[in-house]
Unconditional design. Sequence first.
Length: 278
Amino acid sequence: MNRFEGKNAIVTGASRGIGKGIAKRLAAEGANVAITARTLDSHPTLSGSLNETLAELNAHSGTHIAIQADLADAESRATIVHQAREALGPIDILVNNAAAAIYQPMVGYPLKRRRLMLEINLLGPHDLIDAVLPDMEASGEGWIVNLSSATANLAVGPPFPSDGVKGVFGFYGTTKAALNRMTSALAVELHPRNIRINTIEPQAAVLSEGADELVGNILRPDQIESMEAMVEAAVALCDCPIDRCGEILSSLSLLDELGLTVMTLDATTPYPGGHRPV
């Protein structure tokens, strides 16, 4: 229950979905958590906000803070680590969860949308990593977890499958492939400094509020994994040993490899559905 006691963590995109789940689990296990997203009080179409997440974090001990910032804007995201450090102290754990997913065919994909997704999905995580490294190097260790996606995998063909969203997630997958490659490149530099950096992706779909809007109506039950399973895998990388560095991992496979029981987000009991939602 207290494996993260004394650790200070930043989780991006924590107003809802996987980011919120990870933040809640870290707080439940003793971490001080800074959460960040654009939505402080309400979103025009999606449920969830930073203040709602913060209220749930405050049910646990420790110091927790909400930081409203726009990861698409370099000046805005440059304030995140400074504010987190001022409130919590040196940062031990960074979870780059926030992402922009705008699905449409690659041909004719607007430049404005390409730039937006690169800022949020690749450049933003890199900037935050650079900002937390001095703290991690000073303490002699650190953990960085980047949230990726199976959409980064190469299409197999011809013929190429185009059912569901396969024909429209190409640029999103491109940014996630770049995130995977960046993680691998950074591992070469960070492993000698005792800093672990890895990516984790859902092995099946996690129906967060955003994902449900995009693909919820076309998925079979066997194509969905529980939020709790994804969170269990992500937090396992927030205290992993140094020999786990530079890996591109899938949630359910990692849980099976480590023999982990999927727990509830408050870390008190096994989650009834295990890998699948109840």
